[in-house]
Design a protein around this ligand. Structure first.
Ligand code: SAM
Length: 284
């Protein structure tokens, strides 16, 4: 089967099927074999693995995955891509295609059916308009995962890896770092895709922790407090939490706990580490 990572091959498939690229689905097809190799290497795909691919497009990365993995399950929303995928993946018997919206499909039961509930590797060139809900859905939906290796918008990759006191640090950084160890694999310029996206891209590898790096009684409460802290990130943490409807926390109590923790009562949320947020929530 022709390698779709070579631009001419992608162009000829798109022409053959007169495929209309759907911007609304975030369709930017990868056309760089070097980037594809780096994604596969970072994901450390082996013949023991069951890989979940989100948004296979015309099957470019799916071919690379099918060559190396025991089994690939690819979930694609665009029904017009299904006949194309049937063609480009006809040489592989280890690929299951599911024509569904990844945000609606029950990923846990797919993993149960295809991998006996054992952790899978997620590998994807994600549709950028729903990057955060996809990643948080995987982590918070209790999907058995080993790692998530994904192409995302460069800015999102920066936010995933950011630490306290930086402009990129926020609720996404803390949510990702609670569940996984993020690592930048590669920066990818727009000319590696057809059509070219308006933004830079990056590949990140998120290696899922067996156990989160901090202990909390109530994860939901931790993240409700983190979100409230960053919803008003220019305010002091005490004000941001005191103002947040639904949390039921008095500003004075936050100030008290901060002082007990040896922190300034006027500190902003953006200065706190994940461990400090966990400690604060425990005491509140
Ligand atoms: N994997 C291909 C590649 O690298 O060339 C295509 C990547 S493209 C950036 C994103 C893909 O995700 C498209 O094929 C798009 O149709 C698909 N997609 C968009 N929204 C989706 C959703 N909610 N569920 C599943 N697939 C989706």
């Amino acid at each position: 089967m022709a390698d779709l990572g070579i631009p001419q091959n992608t162009l000829s498939v798109l022409r053959k099927y007169q495929f209309n690229i759907q911007k609304k689905y975030g369709q930017n097809f990868l056309i760089d074999t070097g980037v594809l190799d780096r994604i596969i290497a970072a994901a450390e795909v082996t013949e023991n693995d069951c890989v979940l691919e989100i948004g296979p497009g015309i099957g470019t990365m799916t071919q690379y995955l099918a060559e190396r993995a025991r089994e690939v399950v690819a979930v694609e929303i665009d029904k017009n891509l299904i006949p194309i995928l049937a063609d480009t993946l006809s040489g592989y018997s280890n690929v299951t295609l599911i024509n569904e919206d990844i945000l609606k499909v029950d990923v846990r039961s797919i993993v149960k059916e295809k991998n006996g509930g054992r952790p899978v590797k997620v590998v994807a060139n994600l549709p950028y308009y729903i990057t955060t809900p996809i990643i948080m859905g995987l982590f918070e939906g209790q999907v058995p995962l080993q790692s998530v290796t994904v192409m995302v918008q460069k800015e999102v990759a920066d936010r995933m890896q950011a630490g306290p006191g930086t402009k990129d640090y926020g609720a996404l950084s803390l949510a990702v770092q609670y569940h996984a160890k993020p690592e930048l694999v590669a920066n990818v310029p727009p000319n590696c895709f057809i059509p070219r996206p308006a933004v830079g891209s990056a590949v990140v590898n998120l290696r899922k922790y067996e156990k989160p790096p901090v202990e909390v009684q109530d994860e939901e409460r931790l993240f409700a407090i983190i979100r409230a802290a960053f919803n008003q990130r220019r305010k002091t943490l005490a004000n941001a939490l005191g103002n947040a409807a639904g949390l039921g926390i008095a500003k004075e109590r936050v100030m008290e706990v901060l002082e007990e923790m040896g922190l300034s009562a006027t500190i902003r949320g953006e200065a706190l580490t994940l461990a400090q947020f966990a400690k604060l929530v425990g005491r509140l």
